[in-house]
Design a protein around this ligand. Structure first.
Ligand SMILES: Cc1ncc(COP(=O)(O)O)c(C=O)c1O
Length: 346
């Protein structure tokens, strides 16, 4: 099968229209059989709760090409579970796991030509979304829903290729409240962060870093990624917070840190002001960000830098990155059963 003629290595993290997407409707209390469609446009009623009240949730995954040409997903079961947790939180119908998986597989297969080849540094980003559609004016749940999955070939989330060192700026705005929706992947969490990101970028950072909304002391997460920290004494920590997204990448990296690097891992509240001095290496992690080492953080009106003055990648983050990406691309063994191969012939 032919691949598209794209300059794969030059791709940024942008939408690029591919040939097919999956669409299924939920009407009168049940899912109708979905199918592949060609149009990227969703005709939607002007009163749809997704548009007014953000009754929508989504997921983000990647398909990668292995050295032998196999097409691999990373822990898709967890994306399916997380989508359904968000759906329940927003009073939307769950997407049955089999439907989620077959939709993802069908779309990836149908867009085979768009899957970046091994070694290109790019991957196929997969965006499942569930939206409340149909007419509705009052604040109440939608009566019909659409589940859609589209894909786009993407390069690195942060500009430079490979393992880029990024900068974060602590935001004076909050991302999510305790007992709010911060731990669900719902669109409502993100619109409010656009201004925080813009302000962080005006300071020269790549992204905002949020503190907990209750005390503004503890690290929550970055705008689109969780935080992991290597500390003195072989400690490897990640913020424990009810307001952060349970990142699949972070959960995987914590296990790799413990299992392969033999670090003492811990999820606990991390007091930024008090503990900053003990940070040896820090990184943002997520499907899009992969593992992006953080060279410096803007906080209390000054930059605080980490490993090698924020100039290069430290050994712990480098090793974790190699392990994670090696497993995701099928170059390293997968002792955890994380990889799900998509059969291309079906
Ligand atoms: C706010 C936020 N935190 C963390 C993550 C990382 O989650 P995952 O590793 O499951 O992609 C994401 C999405 O990528 C996100 O949007």
């Amino acid at each position: 099968m032919e691949k598209k003629e794209l300059n794969w290595a030059e791709l940024g993290f942008q939408y690029r229209k591919t040939d097919y997407r999956f669409s299924a409707s939920h009407v009168d209390g049940k899912w109708l059989e979905g199918n592949l469609v060609e149009s990227e446009i969703i005709p939607i009623h002007e009163g749809a709760p997704a548009l007014h009240y953000a009754q929508q949730c989504f997921e983000g995954m990647k398909a990668q090409t292995a050295p032998d040409g196999r097409v691999l997903l990373f822990r898709p079961q967890l994306n399916s579970e997380r989508l359904n947790e968000a759906a329940s939180r927003l009073l939307m119908p769950e997407v049955p796991h089999e439907m989620f998986m077959s939709a993802v597989e069908e779309v990836v297969r149908a867009n085979y030509a768009w899957i970046p080849p091994f070694g290109s540094g790019a991957s196929l980003y997969i965006r499942p979304l569930l939206i409340g559609v149909g007419e509705n004016l009052g604040l109440r749940p939608a009566r019909s829903f659409e589940f859609r999955v589209f894909v786009s070939p993407v390069g690195p989330y942060y500009q430079s290729a490979g393992l880029a060192v990024i900068a974060l700026a602590v935001s004076e705005m909050d991302r999510a409240a305790p007992n709010g929706t911060g731990n669900f992947k719902v669109g409502a969490n993100y619109a409010g962060g656009l201004l925080a990101t813009r302000r962080a970028q005006a300071l020269g950072a790549d992204e905002a870093l949020y503190l907990d909304a209750r005390e503004r002391r503890f690290i929550d997460e970055a705008g689109s990624a969780n935080i992991i920290i290597s500390m003195s004494g072989d400690r490897f920590v990640t913020p424990l917070s009810e307001a952060v997204l349970p990142s699949i990448t972070r959960r995987s990296l914590m296990l790799l840190a413990e299992d392969k690097l033999k670090l003492k891992t811990e999820s606990r509240p991390i007091d930024l002001r008090k503990e900053l001095g003990e940070f040896e290496e820090i990184a943002a992690c997520g499907t899009a960000a992969v593992l992006s080492p953080v060279g410096k953080i803007w906080f209390d009106d000054q930059w605080h830098s980490f490993y090698d003055n924020g100039e290069s990648v430290g050994p712990v983050m480098q090793e974790l990155y190699n392990l994670l990406v090696g497993i995701q691309k099928g170059e390293l063994d997968d002792p955890y059963g994380w990889i799900h191969e998509i059969s291309i012939q079906d």
